[in-house]
Design a protein. Structure first.
Length: 135
């Protein structure tokens, strides 16, 4: 099965509470996140973070369209989830990109499973300890 015979590819990515679903199909390089173009979504730093898989894909990025929907979590978690979903979709479309993504940043293909540490009883924060006074 070559890349040209595939019509659409679906991939998903998760980061903390955010879940992203990416749909890749032949097109002219248009990338939308939650219905908005990538250039207008979030702030510039997060846009560049989400754009990384496309930059590494090179010319392939101009031959496919990506439609990403992200739900849950905060804006940074959503950006990382979208980045993961896009990279997975691109690597499914063109398997030769897998080692390129893996060498650049492993988190482009493998989900970051770290989560928020739960709050402990009788303390205000997850790692806070009760203050002691010996006087």
């Amino acid at each position: 099965m070559s890349a040209s015979t595939l019509k659409t590819i679906h991939a998903q990515g998760k980061r903390k509470q955010a879940i992203a679903r990416a749909t890749l199909f032949p097109g002219k390089g248009k990338v939308t996140v939650n219905g908005a173009l990538l250039d207008t979504w979030a702030n510039k730093i997060l846009q560049l973070r989400v754009y990384e898989p496309l930059a590494l894909a090179g010319e392939l990025a101009q031959q496919v369209n990506l439609d990403v929907s992200v739900r849950g979590g905060g804006i940074s978690g959503q950006a990382d989830a979208a980045r993961l979903a896009m990279a997975r979709a691109l690597s499914l479309y063109q398997p030769s990109l897998k080692p390129v993504f893996y060498e650049y940043d492993r988190l482009l293909l493998v989900a970051d499973v770290r989560r928020k540490e739960t709050r402990k009883p009788n303390d205000s924060k997850a790692r806070a300890k009760r203050q002691k006074s010996y006087r």
